[in-house]
Design a protein around this ligand. Sequence first.
Ligand code: ZN
Length: 117
Amino acid sequence: MNKQQHNRAFTAYRCRNCGRLSYPRHERCPSCKHMELEEFEIKKEGILLAYTKVYVTPAGVEDKPLILGIVDLGEGVRALGQILADEPRIGMKLKPAWGVLRRVAGKEYSGFRFVPV
Ligand SMILES: [Zn+2]
C-alpha cells in the first residue's frame, strides 16, 4: 500500500441541482436525474446499521466469512462495504479505510472497507 492510497479520501456525491447525496457515484442523480454531481469528502465516522456474514465468497476474497454491512455516514449517505471486525455489533462506530478487497490471479483489487473506530 503506498502513501497516496493510504490517504485517499472517502467521497460521496452531491447533486448540483437538488442537493441529494449519494454513494456510490451514479451517472445521474437518483432523485431528479440531473447529471452534474460534485464530489465531497466524508470525514466522519459511521454507524453500522446491518450486516451479514457471507461464507461463499467471490474468488480472491481471503477473509472468511466475509462480513458485509451497511454503514450510515450521516447526511443521508449509506454505504455497503466489507466490515473488518471480529465481533460486529449493530450501532458500532466504524470509519472507512483503504485496502485490498480481493486478490485474483496475482492482481490486487482495492477499495474502502470499514474498520472499528
Ligand atoms: Zn438531484
